[in-house]
Structure formats: C-alpha cells, structure tokens
Design a protein around this ligand. Structure first.
Ligand code: ZN
Length: 209
C-alpha cells in the first residue's frame, strides 16, 4: 500500500538525513508481514523500499537501529493470557525473526521490547533502551519505518515526538496493519498531529537502486 501525502502542500520541507539522524526500523519481523500471526494483507512489496533506505543510510555511515517485539511464551498481550493479540514474536521463534529478505547491515543496533511477560510495549520506547541509545548516538532526527503502522509504528513515532526528536515517517515502507486503508490514514493523521513529517524515497534523494 502506498499512502498518499494529502497534506504535502502544507508540510514543512523534509530535512535531509545527516550524521545526527538515524533510520529506525520498527519491528520488521515475520509475524507483522503477510503470513505472520499479526501480518497485514499485503506488505512483502515493501521490503525492497525498506532495503533501499537501509542501503542509503548504511552507505553514508548514518545510524541504523531496529526494534523487535521479543516476548516470553506467556506474554500478557496474548489471547491465551487474556490479552488482545494472537501469540506473536515469541523469543527465538520464526515469527520473531526479521524478514529474511531484509538486508540488515552488520552491527545494526537491535532494541528488544516486550520482554517482560507482565508488561506490553506498545511503542519501541516503552520498557526499552531505545531513548538511551538514541541519546548516546546524539541523534536529533529519526526516520521511521515498519510494517505495523497502526500499532508499533504509530506509538513509536508519537513517543519520539514527545521526546523532542524530529520525526519523519517513511510512508512508502509502512504496511496496512491488517486493516483498511482508512485506518492506516487515521494512524498517519495521528502521527502528523503529534508533529511528525511524512516523506517518501524521492524526498530523500535516494539514488536509484
Ligand atoms: Zn507484541
């Protein structure tokens, strides 16, 4: 799915990434892609778009981080435990692995979340070391992408805005989160209301791959 940038005419210019920028992948795990426990209906075509961003940031030597949902088998968010979600992203399971077509750079920083069976992490910042890692790297701007737009991506973007980071959502890499496009649009609206900007590859002058 490609979300159009309806508000592009009102939007501020997209800042170009630099040494104080990071690419932040939010839960690019099998369970959130088609065929996964919480997978969207379409999304594998997003992989090449995601890989292009990874390549671009990697070549420039800019920071790349990824979060991962990393649950104990009895995690509180699972329906068996009375939670709202099917069992997903159990530590060490295939569903918790990064999508095999993603070309992850060596040494990429991996931030686990949702590791406490009694607590869920709706955002990459909740109960994780993400904020500290970004501060250590002196990151001021995050470019965010991931398959689950209405859940982890949205909540991570909103939290990043609250922390005072400049946030750019890469809309050509986000999935529909199992729902209709209208709910994805609503998620995007919530992110822009929180202060995030939206961009696509052409806004960042990515070289043709
Ligand atoms: Zn989860």
């Amino acid at each position: 799915m490609k979300l159009s940038k309806d508000n592009s005419s009102e939007q501020a210019p997209i800042p170009q990434p630099d040494r104080q920028s990071a690419l932040l992948l939010v839960d690019p795990q099998n369970d959130f892609f088609p065929g996964g426990a919480m997978g969207m209906s379409e999304g594998n075509n997003l992989i090449s778009a995601i890989n292009a961003y990874i390549k671009h940031f990697s070549r420039q030597g800019w920071s790349i981080l990824t979060t991962r949902d990393w649950h104990a088998p009895n995690h509180c968010s699972f329906t068996e435990q009375g939670g709202p979600h099917p069992t997903h992203c159990v530590q060490g399971s295939r569903g918790a692995q990064f999508h095999s077509d993603l070309v992850m750079p060596p040494g990429m920083m991996v931030i686990s979340k949702g590791t406490d069976a009694k607590k869920d992490s709706k955002s990459g910042f909740e109960g994780s070391s993400l904020a500290d890692r970004l501060e250590d790297l002196d990151v001021k701007t995050v470019f965010v992408l991931g398959p689950a737009i209405e859940m982890a991506v949205k909540n991570t973007v909103i939290d990043a805005c609250k922390l005072g980071l400049q946030v750019i959502v890469l809309t050509d890499t986000i999935g529909d989160g199992q729902h209709e496009q209208s709910t994805a649009k609503q998620a995007l609206d919530e992110m822009t209301t929180a202060g995030a900007l939206c961009a696509v590859a052409s806004d960042l002058a990515l070289p043709a791959s």
